[in-house]
Design a binder for this molecule. Structure first.
Ligand code: FAD
Length: 287
């Protein structure tokens, strides 16, 4: 059972505490994943390092068209941000779905990333938005593409006993872009997703110039439907192109049969339906 609960005064001090505990200290933000994990198995955790009072990690800013969301920003704060409402509405569609008001009051977007579940709502939205994360470690600051962080179910390349994600970065929505987040769940609230699909399209002259389609859980990690994305490049924005892309996404997806989420066949069919819905809604301006 952990003995120490520390509020670091700065990121360098947080790294110093992690270094001093040599792997037995752990970053905690809202605790909505970690508290449950520690209850089941607290491993060798001796100290919890709470980052929620670090003001530098609580900011949402934009510079040169790049939005930065601090690692201690909660879902509730993200949902209340006029900047995100205007420039990243699809991320907020995903944030609105997470858990319950109590969870959204304390849970963080970055905690959702590092916890690395294949159906993590905010992580899937950010994957389609081609986000990056900034990581502070004993060897300095680095930026990593979000997609490169996910190794397996619950396994992230960021080691929260040794390094700290400071922020997540994403490009603000452009005039020539459309986005949508579609979610299938057993209930309208406090239900983990059976399927999430996030779409981002860029359209020029009635043609898809670029399309990104992220979804989960259809693989051990949040998943990009690369074949469907490649198919849409330079295709006309119409229901035929979208229907074909949705079929391709379903072919690529590898969901397993699950008591909670339905049979493999049902889930593959739902990928076709929800990928089509997300692409249609993201392309609505041009359809
Ligand atoms: C009842 C309930 C319902 C939920 N519903 C949903 C849902 O619908 N959709 C969904 O996606 N999730 C859901 N979750 C999971 C959870 O709420 C989210 O994943 C949330 O975003 C986790 O954020 P947190 O700040 O609480 O993370 P924490 O629990 O504090 O941390 C999670 C992990 O990330 C690490 N970590 C946190 N911040 C950093 C950082 N800055 N740098 C390095 N490591 C860090 C921690 O060490 C830990 O390993 C639910 C959880 C509960 C309990």
């Amino acid at each position: 059972m952990w003995q120490e609960y520390v509020f670091p005064q700065s990121v360098p001090q947080a790294l110093e505490v992690l270094r001093a505990y040599a792997g037995t200290a752990r970053i905690i933000a809202g605790g909505t994943d970690l508290a449950i994990q520690l209850k089941e198995d607290d491993g060798d955790v001796k100290c919890l390092l709470d980052i929620t009072r670090l003001q530098e990690l609580r900011e949402i800013t934009i510079e040169g068209g790049i939005i930065s969301i601090g690692a201690a920003v909660t879902y509730r704060e993200a949902l209340a941000s006029p900047l995100l409402q205007e420039k990243a509405p699809m991320l907020l569609e995903a944030c609105r779905e997470v858990g319950s008001p109590q969870i959204r009051n304390v849970g963080t977007i970055v905690g959702n990333i590092v916890n690395a579940q294949p159906a993590a709502d905010a992580a899937i939205a950010l994957l389609a938005l081609d986000a990056e994360v900034e990581i502070a470690s004993p060897v300095g600051l680095r930026r990593e593409p979000l997609g490169s962080l996910f190794l397996d179910v619950g396994l992230c390349r960021v080691d929260p006993t040794d390094e700290l994600v400071t922020k997540v970065l994403l490009r603000a929505l452009g005039e020539d872009q459309g986005t949508a987040f579609e979610r299938l769940a057993k209930r309208r609230a406090l239900a983990l997703p059976m399927l999430n699909v996030a779409a981002v399209v860029t359209v020029k002259g009635g043609l898809f110039q670029d399309a990104r389609l992220a979804m989960g859980p259809v693989a051990p990690v949040p998943f990009r439907a690369r074949k469907a994305e490649a198919f849409l490049a330079s295709k006309p924005v119409n229901s035929e192109s979208i229907a074909q892309a949705a079929r391709l996404a379903s072919e690529e997806a590898e969901p397993r049969s699950s008591l909670l989420r339905g049979s493999r066949e049902y889930r593959k069919e739902m990928v076709t339906v929800f990928a089509r819905r997300a692409l249609e809604r993201a392309s609505a301006k041009w359809l």
